[in-house]
Ligand binder design. Structure first.
Ligand SMILES: [Zn+2]
Length: 117
């Protein structure tokens, strides 16, 4: 999935949500993405303002929260947060830890303008 696909995917969710809550105008979209997805946030913002043109979210501001990648140590069973793919365990120093999570993609919240006609 690249930035444009993600933007389209987000728009789909926004569109459905706006319809469900009968929102006329979405002015802000709060998004959470896992740190492993490695999106270019600038590209994502550009793609987003592109795809929302003419939709209920036209001109909406995109807020992206990058979630930390969690690792699990097979040696001492510690779970910890880190950004890199392969990181040593902070507890026991084990060099290879398993990645759990980091692939999340969630629309957390929408800011809706109810005053729009
Ligand atoms: Zn460990």
């Amino acid at each position: 999935m690249d930035e444009r696909e993600l933007a389209n995917h987000v728009l789909e969710i926004v569109d459905q949500t706006a319809y469900r809550v009968a929102a006329r105008q979405v002015i802000g979209v709060h998004l959470a993405v896992g740190g492993r997805r490695g999106f270019d946030l600038d590209l994502l913002h550009t793609a987003f303002s592109d795809v929302v043109r003419g939709t209920v979210a036209d001109g909406a501001e995109l807020f992206v929260k990058v979630l930390p990648v969690r690792h699990h140590c097979p040696n001492c069973r510690t779970n910890f947060e880190a950004t890199k793919d392969d990181c040593p365990c902070p507890e026991c120093g084990h060099p290879h830890t398993e990645i759990i999570g980091g692939e999340e993609l969630r629309v957390l919240n929408l800011d809706i303008d109810d005053t729009a006609a």
